[in-house]
Design a protein around this ligand. Structure first.
Ligand code: Q46
Ligand code: ZN
Ligand code: ZN
Length: 324
């Protein structure tokens, strides 16, 4: 091929802006946006993520992934017949959370999606670093537990069928491999494209970006021109995940599309992975899901503040999300 020949969009023949190795396609900006929207729609349909007439609560962090998820889902509401609302959780992380919050709000305004904000310091009186210090647990483990709890609580109080998470395929592949290496096979079930809700106190979860690469979420957001937070959370620490990511990136480099094939085969084999031994139980203090008698949020707040806050929070969260 003549190296000076211009590379053209595989759909319209105009100059291409991007080459997708995994799809072996060149796209101009417009057709790249169409292609990614189509991938999200196909993913939602393939895994039957959204029921016609249902209501979805999208978790929005201010980062490129959840912003791309919100943008694409907001374009599909009419076609797939669902209602979309959004939630942002302000974690109170210095030099990070205030920017994340204002970007999340702006993206919701741009897309016209109704949203609510849960501010951890307002709700609990502590931010993530303070909570982590008080209970002597690593920030990311506290943060993950708090986000899961608040998102589920908000979903229950809004009365949605499902919450939508902005996890893309690169992150999901890493978490799946990590859980496999540690033989946490039950946890692999939770990383599929969709998990079911339970009995009105555990909301189902969907991952519309299950088959979308991280690089594509960043390109999508910047081609559309929406803002997203590029700064990494200052509490992020290098861990085994980064090593697994490097390994998987090498596999993808050698065989483009490897990660998509991997996640599709995981989605097919999920029913073969072991189910949790016990039923999902309700926390005896707040009524939210719990592995044991008391949920991790009630235990954390009891340790940090001397009293469990789950039940008290339900009323506050109900009031905040009632506008959705
Ligand atoms: S926000 Fe929270 Fe992440 Fe920051 S404290 Fe860790 S988990 S790194 S996605
Ligand atoms: Zn084109
Ligand atoms: Zn509880």
């Amino acid at each position: 091929m003549n190296p000076l020949r211009e590379v053209l969009c595989s759909r319209c023949g105009n100059p291409a802006a991007i080459y997708l190795r995994y799809a072996r396609l060149n796209f101009c900006k417009e057709h790249f946006l169409d292609y990614i929207l189509g991938r999200v729609e196909n993913t939602v349909r393939r895994y039957r993520m959204i029921r016609s007439g249902s209501r979805i609560l999208a978790a929005i962090s201010g980062g490129k992934d959840s912003s791309t998820m919100l943008l694409t889902l907001s374009k599909l509401t009419g076609k797939l017949d669902f209602d979309l609302v959004a939630l942002h959780i302000d974690l109170g992380i210095d030099g990070y959370s205030s920017e994340a919050r204002s970007i999340a709000e702006e993206v919701c305004r741009i897309t016209g999606v109704r949203y609510a904000i849960l501010d951890l310091e307002d709700l609990v009186g502590l931010n993530i670093p303070e909570l982590s210090r008080k209970i002597r647990r690593p920030p990311c483990s506290v943060c993950g537990a708090v986000k899961r709890y608040l998102l589920n609580l908000a979903g229950v109080e809004v009365g949605v069928d499902t919450v939508a998470l902005g996890h893309h395929l690169d992150d999901l592949a890493v978490y799946i491999v990590k859980n496999f290496l540690l033989q946490n096979l039950e946890d692999i079930r939770k990383l599929g494209p969709k998990t079911e809700g339970y009995d009105g106190f555990l909301v189902g979860r969907i991952r519309p970006l299950y088959e979308v690469y991280e690089r594509d979420t960043a390109l999508y957001a910047s081609f559309v021109g929406i803002p997203y937070q590029s700064m990494e959370c200052p509490l992020h620490s290098m861990g085994v995940e980064d090593r697994i990511r490097t390994f998987l990136d090498g596999m993808e480099e050698d065989s483009p599309g490897f990660k998509i094939a991997f996640l599709r085969s995981i989605a097919r084999s999920i029913p073969k992975y072991p189910q949790p031994q016990s039923e999902v139980r309700r926390c005896s203090l707040c009524g939210m899901p719990s592995q044991s008698g008391i949920c991790s949020f009630c235990r954390m707040t009891m340790r940090a503040l001397g009293k469990p806050l789950g039940l008290e929070l339900r009323g506050k969260v109900r009031e905040i999300v009632s506008k959705l």
